[in-house]
Design a protein around this ligand. Structure first.
Ligand code: FE2
Ligand code: FE2
Length: 156
């Protein structure tokens, strides 16, 4: 699913991105890679934009600001998960908890944003997100991960 948001929604998206980007450690996401040649920062922007676009296009009512912010912070784990270690071998299961811990340190989070971050890896982690925003994030994350992985591999 790809396309552009209308102008007012586009402005809200980039306003929330700037506020989040200005947090103490958000810029660190640029130095860690996510999938293929995509940094964690670019992945989070792709996912947040896709989640917002999906809710708009499918007519799903959401709290737009929470959807964008929770998605921008969903992978705020702040380390290179490609380094070989036992801890990184279980990154898929553990990083939502780490991302939530970091995000709580640096931002005030609503219950919806906490739900989004904590449960975005379902079904790898056992709990499905409770919020509508979390369910959309779950789908957008997987779509973007697939796209980034495929394109990353094609470029090599
Ligand atoms: Fe993740
Ligand atoms: Fe992700």
């Amino acid at each position: 699913m790809s396309g552009r948001l209308p102008e007012d929604k586009e402005q809200l998206f980039w306003k929330i991105f700037k506020e989040t980007y200005n947090g103490p450690r958000y810029k660190d996401n640029k130095k860690y890679m996510m999938h293929g040649t995509t940094s964690v920062m670019d992945h989070c922007v792709n996912v947040a934009y896709t989640a917002y676009y999906m809710s708009y296009k499918l007519g799903i009512e959401v709290n737009e600001a929470e959807l964008i912010r929770g998605a921008l912070l969903h992978d705020y784990f702040l380390y290179d998960w490609h380094e070989k270690s036992w801890a990184n071998s279980i990154h898929g299961y553990t990083h939502p908890g780490k991302a939530l811990k970091n995000a709580k340190m640096d931002y005030y989070l609503s219950a919806t944003e906490r739900d989004m971050i904590k449960h975005h890896m379902f079904p790898l982690t056992p709990r499905f997100p409770r919020s509508r925003e979390g369910k959309i994030l779950c789908a957008a994350d997987k779509l973007c991960a697939m796209k980034e992985t495929v394109y990353g591999r094609i470029k090599k």
